[in-house]
Design a binder for this molecule. Structure first.
Ligand code: ADP
Ligand code: MG
Length: 636
């Protein structure tokens, strides 16, 4: 078979175009990315060799670098898993990962703005997006990949100048593995210099557990002159005191594909029923795929230094999926399948230990550095809350860690602090659901609470609607929605009123609402469940609430948005009217005398209540006609 030509997937072409034509700072990261790929490939091969010992590479895994100043080439050779024809087409021609478009947008806009200002854009985040390989085109005008997959006979040569096309040709390669050859551009000649290469490897790739060797320069180089550039012992196996924070950060970038600083680094060794070492990182910025429906974890599992999987379901709960890092255990059996591993009781022990450790450290941080903890919570709180819903065992600890916006504090508050602030007569923890903190804070249903100085939690994560009903109470105090059922404010209201001038209450004795309620019910028949006098309103004339046993307003809206509830399904609402509002008083008086038609007013008030909920008016034409009619009457 001769040479086959392929065009890159459109996204790859776009990416390559940007990579090749923009000025970048930190260009040296291309080497980190290629070494990282080689290291991944070696780990994959050792995993296969567990069950197929004939795949073990001779002389052990290694990565070899060689620079040839005359030819202008830098080569990175590994004896890892290698790629076959189809792998090449798929891995080095397309981008399968989600978030690519986001990355493209980010680097395009960055490159453009930097170009204008004469500065340089930073491509270092590239690894996080699963496109690290393409960073080679920052420094190379042509890239060759000569590769043979372990266990297969055929070798292949992939070649591209990064301009829209690549070719694949039959080739020869003695040993399984991959050689990436970069034809370095004139401007980037520095990457052919040995001291520069050594420096890059020491700063960016020292933690790589596989030896990275530099071939001796000059003609006919062989074994002689080879030099090991990295420490080549897995970072997590080294004593904490010997690891600098830069080394931890570099390792985090490698293992977590992150480009931020870790917010927290947890390095621990546990001996006992299950012995293991864990090196876990909490990122300081939310990873791209955090809300991917698969909710996959990314912590790598090793058994006695051998990489097993980065996708082990039982290792950590999915509500900790933002963690990055490695777990290495002495006790896991190397020769069982990944599927069986998930049911290994040792794994369950490890998981328990890890969760305990992470939650314990978070608790410490929350106590010692509350502001810093708030930062963490605003990044990952939404994910941790999934645990409130699905992890009974850790629910109490998670409730302690949870933070909320509330009407009673500028910053986030804990539930314990909320409970401590609860006044006499209040026996529930009040909350309101909504999409946006500022918008929910305006809800009419909050008026009565505000007037009585009762704090309300502003719950704006969709997940809130689920865990709150699952959890039910905190410190024996039930959670209660301010938009549902009886607000329970009467008790507190009486107390507050009693303190005020008693005479006043008698003087503006509330009008008899019954005739108005009857008239409104008749007018709104079929549209609402009931009309009742409200205790939760002070300024607005009306609001909507859900019946005691019904679905909360926002939950229903959310389910409708997500297509889980169709059309008009859902329960009818209760319309609450404010007996202290002047409009309601006037209407009540008229209704009492049997004067006037209440239908227009009833419909307009219902529409007003819907608008306050952020809903749309159901019948815009009828609304317009009524509004005009009422205004006209007023102007008569
Ligand atoms: P990522 O490493 O995040 O998957 P890259 O763009 O760096 O993204 O690499 C793309 C893919 O190409 C890798 O996932 C791997 O399958 C393949 N690959 C790259 N380099 C090598 C290598 N040296 N040996 C084997 N496979 C490789
Ligand atoms: Mg990579």
């Amino acid at each position: 078979m001769g040479q086959e030509k392929f065009t890159f997937q459109a996204e790859v072409s776009k990416l390559l175009d940007i990579v090749a034509h923009s000025l970048y700072s930190h260009k040296e990261i291309f080497l980190r990315e290629l070494i990282s790929n080689s290291s991944d490939a070696c780990e994959k091969r050792s995993f296969l060799a567990l069950t197929e010992p004939e795949l073990t590479p001779e002389g052990g895994a290694r990565i070899m670098l060689a620079a040839d100043a005359k030819k202008g080439t830098l080569t990175i050779t590994d004896n890892g898993i290698g790629m076959n024809h189809d792998d090449l087409v798929e891995m080095l021609g397309t981008i399968a990962r989600s978030g690519t478009q986001a990355f493209l947008d980010k680097i395009t806009s960055e490159a453009k703005s930097k170009d204008k200002k004469g500065g340089k854009a930073d491509l270092s985040p590239i690894g996080q997006f699963g496109v690290g390989f393409y960073s080679a085109f920052m420094v190379a005008k042509e890239v060759e990949v000569l590769t043979r997959k372990a266990g297969e006979d055929k070798a292949w040569l992939w070649v591209s100048d990064g301009k829209g096309e690549f070719s694949i040709t039959d080739a020869e390669r003695g040993e399984a593995g991959t050689t990436v050859t970069l034809h370095i551009t004139k401007e980037d000649k520095e990457f052919l210099e040995r001291p520069r290469i050594e420096h890059i490897v020491r700063t960016h790739s020292d933690h790589i557990a596989i030896p990275i060797l530099m071939a001796g320069d000059g003609e006919g180089d062989g074994e002689a002159g080879e030099e090991k550039l990295n420490t080549a012992s897995a970072l997590w196996t080294r004593p904490k005191k010997d690891i600098s924070s830069d080394q931890y950060t570099e390792f985090y970038h490698h293992v977590g594909h992150g480009f931020d600083e870790p917010w927290m680094t947890l390095h621990n060794t546990v001996e006992g029923m299950a012995s293991y070492t864990s090196l876990l990182f909490i990122p300081s910025m939310p990873p791209m795929d955090m809300f991917h429906p698969e909710r996959k974890g990314h912590v790598k599992l090793y058994a006695r230094r051998v990489f097993i999987t980065d996708d082990c379901e039982g290792l950590l709960p999915s509500w900790l999926r933002f963690l990055r890092g490695v777990v290495d255990s002495q006790d896991l059996s190397l020769n069982i399948s990944r599927e069986m591993l998930q049911n290994d009781p040792k794994l369950a022990k490890i998981r328990k230990g890890l969760v305990k450790k992470v939650l314990g450290e978070l608790k410490k941080k929350a106590e010692k550095a509350p502001d810093d903890y708030t930062l963490f919570w605003s990044n990952f709180g939404t994910v941790l809350k999934e645990g409130l819903y699905e992890d009974l065992e850790n629910r109490d600890k998670l409730l302690e860690l949870a933070r909320f916006r509330s009407t009673g504090s500028e910053t986030f508050t804990s539930l314990a602090d909320y409970v401590e602030r609860m006044g006499e007569g209040q026996d529930s923890i009040y909350y309101i659901f909504g999409e946006d903190k500022d918008q929910v804070a305006q809800s009419p249903q909050l008026e009565g609470f505000r007037a009585r100085g009762i704090e309300v939690l502003l719950c704006t994560d969709p997940i809130d609607e689920f865990w709150v009903s699952a959890v039910g109470k905190f410190q024996e105090k039930p959670f209660a929605s301010v938009t549902k059922g009886d607000a329970g404010l009467d008790k507190i209201a009486e107390k507050e009123d009693a303190k005020k001038d008693k005479g006043k209450k008698k003087k503006d004795k509330a009008p008899d609402l019954e005739p108005l309620i009857t008239a409104m019910k008749a007018a709104l028949d079929g549209e609402i469940k009931d009309v009742v006098a409200s205790t939760r309103l002070t300024d607005s004339p009306v609001c909507l609430v859900a019946g005691e046993g019904d679905m909360d307003l926002q939950l229903e809206r959310m389910l409708k948005q997500h297509g889980q509830l169709k059309g008009d399904a859902g329960s009818l609402r209760i319309l609450e009217i404010n007996p202290d509002h002047s409009l309601i008083r006037l209407l009540a008086k008229r209704a009492g005398k049997g004067e006037g038609d209440m239908a227009d007013a009833a419909h307009l008030l219902l529409d007003q209540a819907r608008i306050a909920e952020g809903e749309t008016v159901r019948d815009a034409a009828a609304f317009g006609a009524r509004l005009c009619a009422v205004l006209e009457k007023g102007l008569d």
